[in-house]
Write a protein that binds this ligand. Structure first.
Ligand code: S3P
Length: 431
């Protein structure tokens, strides 16, 4: 599927983005092994979360839709799931594969996890090695570095582990395994990453102690909790940038989750000089997470240097930040972001190549990129490279570029944001 985008006269409207993908995965996985049943509202309907739901259903977890769209009743068979009769397919979703691996390491049966071509090329040693240290029997292709992963779960040892990467997926994988270890699991993080697992496990009765970058999880049997999933800031980021770079825009995104471990994009855009053009309204707390409406209108941006601790808390927003940087005055330098190379695509290579096709001036670096802001892009054909966030970032670029931008692989957006193209049409007045 391809989509052709032209810059509209005006970009305006109010919309609610899908439920947060990270919170959605966790609401299903943690409630699946908890005692009791829970209601989840606002669940993401993206393909990634559907992959997690399908894997859990294959292990005896009931995930049943309720009357309200996006609402589900989740009831697992208890802390012990049923052995799946076939391979579990995580599709395109790194979160499904890595979190479920941690869960399955503690389950007394055989499971095999696979995924699409992109996921089968992404690094799994980062979870396999520490799970093996915990005593899990887990094997994968390429010397246990790649999926498919075969796991014979069973009893585990407690470990103290220094994580080489600031990854919430690795952290959450080991926390899930740690639930069934005999004693505390201690994880030392190189930097803070999203903390939804810590928050949800705590709400479910587990003891999770954070001391700076160290985290201690005590083994626990979880109790089911209802989860109200906030709007996904990673999806909202597309409209924030679109509003800021379009010359005649005012876009309101309602109910956006602003957990501090996710909100780096707001800080980065403020550092770029967004000021009042990016405002938070109706700030409130819903389901234990800070939430607000975000209003983005035409602004003028300047280049910045971005690196260090902010990177893990806006890792998924860096491609669309690069789009903003093309429209900023001066250079933007992104460093300490080598993790971008092992996402759904090599996002350093793909962001640079596709924005270059639109006339952007970018240079790849081993751990990031330099973007020379010129204030303009010119429409051209671009590719998604099988990456949902790249497809949507190119659409945002197209909303402010001159001429027509044709996005090949536009359907990939449905991995996290199935209504993206409808929402775009509603903002441009085509619907
Ligand atoms: C996620 C963590 C991030 C992020 C991904 C979702 C999660 O990956 O890129 O989209 O839900 O834990 P890493 O933690 O591996 O950086």
């Amino acid at each position: 599927m391809s989509q052709t985008i032209r810059s509209p006269q005006r970009l305006a409207g109010t919309l609610a983005v899908p439920g947060d993908k990270s919170v959605s995965h966790r609401s299903l996985i943690l409630n699946a092994i908890a005692r009791g049943a829970a209601t989840v509202t606002g669940l993401s309907d993206g393909a990634d979360v559907r992959s997690t739901a399908a894997c859990l259903r294959a292990m005896g977890v009931a995930i049943d839709p309720l009357d309200e769209p996006g609402s589900f009743r989740v009831a697992g068979p208890g802390p012990n799931l049923n052995e799946p009769a076939d391979m579990l397919d995580a599709g395109n979703s790194g979160t499904s594969m890595r979190l479920l691996s941690g869960l399955l390491a503690g389950q007394d049966f055989l499971s095999v996890l696979t995924g699409d071509g992109s996921l089968r090329s992404r690094p799994m040693a980062r979870i396999v090695r520490p799970l093996q240290q915990m005593g899990a029997a887990i094997m994968g292709r390429g010397g246990d570095t790649l999926a498919p992963l075969a796991i014979r779960g069973g009893s585990l040892r407690s470990i103290e582990y220094t994580m080489p990467v600031a990854s919430a997926q690795v952290k959450s994988c080991l926390m899930l395994a740690g639930l069934s270890a005999p004693g505390p699991t201690v994880l030392r993080q190189p930097a803070l990453s999203r903390d939804h697992t810590e928050r949800m496990m705590t709400a479910m009765g587990a003891r999770v102690e954070a001391d700076g970058l160290a985290l201690t999880l005590h083994p626990a049997e979880l109790q089911a909790v209802n989860v109200a999933v906030p709007g996904d800031i990673s999806s909202a980021a597309f409209w924030m940038v679109a509003g800021l770079i379009h010359p005649n825009a005012r876009v309101t995104i309602t109910g956006v989750g602003l957990n501090p471990s996710r909100a780096g994009i707001i800080d980065a855009l403020q550092m770029m000089g967004a000021g009042d053009a990016l405002r938070l309204e109706n700030e409130r707390v819903e389901g234990g997470e800070p939430v607000a409406d975000v209003v983005a209108s035409s602004g003028s941006l300047r280049g910045i240097e971005l690196g260090g601790d902010i990177i893990p808390i806006m890792i998924d927003e860096l491609p669309v930040l690069a789009v903003a940087a093309c429209f900023a005055a001066g250079d933007t330098v992104i460093r300490d972001a080598a993790e971008l190379r092992v996402k759904e695509s090599d996002r350093i290579a793909t962001t640079v190549s596709e924005l270059t096709r639109l006339g952007g001036l970018l240079e790849p670096r081993e751990d990031g990129m330099v973007i020379h802001g010129t204030g303009r892009l010119t429409g051209a054909p671009v590719e998604s490279h099988g990456d949902h966030r790249l497809a949507m970032s190119m659409a945002v670029a197209g909303l402010a570029a001159s001429g027509a931008t044709v996005i090949h692989g536009a359907g990939d957006a449905s991995v996290s944001y199935p209504t993206f193209w409808e929402h775009l049409a509603s903002l441009t007045g085509e619907q």
